[in-house]
Each structure stands twice: as structure tokens, then as C-alpha cells.
Design a protein around this ligand. Structure first.
Ligand code: ZN
Length: 198
């Protein structure tokens, strides 16, 4: 692979390490970047560094935010005793867009997947259990309906059951294998309203 300069190879390699980008796309992107005006490349590089340096986990729900505590957790009008557990910040955004959910969230940043070697210790589960020591009345598990999402839901419900806190799972109006972020708001709300006890 010494067709291109070592510099380009290095760039291609970095880009190919990103999710959803194969080696062909990585090459295309690398050449595109090289052909872009210097100022635009600098803007892009700066935006990446800036986001990396300034975005952090909310200290309560672990979503990505610019502040210590995200706007949802900081809002006193939200019901802090109801926690919806989601796999990622995009799923949280999907439920926020409905404007109908008044509780708070907990972002796991992944799901348990024995196949991929992702165990309970690799997602923000300890952090969830810690939150449950406070005044929590219901945990709504809204992980995806994929195998990983279901495995995670089962695992969490078994953990929480002994605490006596109500545990529910969003209804299966969400298609199997469906990523929450691609589902329309009506379906999301129906899934929330039709949630079942675990
Ligand atoms: Zn938060």
C-alpha cells in the first residue's frame, strides 16, 4: 500500500477506524480533505478538537453536554423520580423531541453484548445503580429491541427488582431490531404509554 504518500496513508488509516467508514470511503474522504481549501480543513480540525475538549458527561444522567449538569437534569420542573434508561444520547434526543416525557434519563452508552465482549461493566450501569440510592420511583427501560437491547433490559430489571423500585419496559410498538433514533414520535409515545411492568 505504498501507492500514496505516508501522510495520506496515515490519514486513511485514521478515517477507516471510524464507525461505518470502510477503507474505500476512507480513501475518498482523505482525498476530499486534501483537496479542500486550507481554511476549511482548519475549521474542521478545530471543530473536532473543540468538541472533544468541551463536551463531557452530565454528572447525573451521563448524556453528553457542555455543562456539568445537562439542561434536562438541571430543570427543576422535570420529574427526577422517574428515570428512563436509554442506550445513547441520540435515543434520549429522540424522546426529548416528542416533548411529552417529563422525567429524566440515564444514558448507558452502549448495551450488553456477549458477542462483542461488552459486559455490564462496560456501560454506565454502576452509575445507574448509584442514582437509585436516591429518591426514585420508576425506572423505564427504553433500550433498543435488538438482542443486545433486550439482554440489557433483562439484566437491569434483575438488578433493580430487589430494590423495590418499579421497573417498566417500553412497549414493543417499536419494531424488533429498531433503533429508537429512527422511530417516529407517535410510535415512541405509544411505546412509552404502553410500557409494561417487568
Ligand atoms: Zn443529565
Amino acid at each position: 500500500m505504498e501507492l500514496y504518500s505516508g501522510h495520506i496513508n496515515k490519514l486513511v488509516e485514521e478515517l477507516a477506524g471510524l464507525p461505518g467508514i470502510g477503507s474505500k470511503s476512507a480513501q475518498r474522504l482523505a482525498f476530499h480533505l486534501i483537496n479542500m481549501p486550507q481554511s476549511r480543513v482548519e475549521r474542521l480540525a478545530h471543530a473536532i478538537l473543540d468538541a472533544k475538549q468541551n463536551v463531557r458527561y452530565c454528572t447525573e444522567c451521563y448524556t453528553l453536554t457542555d455543562q456539568d449538569v445537562c439542561p434536562v437534569c438541571a430543570n427543576a420542573n422535570r420529574d427526577h423520580a422517574t428515570i428512563m434508561v436509554v442506550e445513547n444520547a441520540r435515543d434520549m434526543a429522540a424522546y426529548e423531541k416528542t416533548g411529552k416525557y417529563g422525567g429524566v434519563y440515564h444514558v448507558l452508552h452502549g448495551a450488553i453484548s456477549p458477542m462483542l465482549g461488552i459486559g455490564p461493566g462496560d456501560i454506565k450501569l454502576k452509575e445507574l445503580m448509584k442514582r437509585l440510592e436516591g429518591d426514585v420511583q420508576e425506572v423505564i427501560i427504553a433500550t433498543n429491541s435488538s438482542l443486545e437491547g433486550e439482554t440489557t433490559a433483562m439484566y437491569i430489571s434483575k438488578l433493580i427488582k430487589p430494590t423495590g423500585i418499579r421497573v417498566t419496559r417500553i412497549a414493543s410498538g417499536v419494531p424488533v431490531g429498531g433503533d429508537l433514533e429512527y422511530i417516529d414520535e407517535v410510535t415512541l409515545l405509544r411505546a412509552l404509554e404502553g410500557r409494561v411492568e417487568l
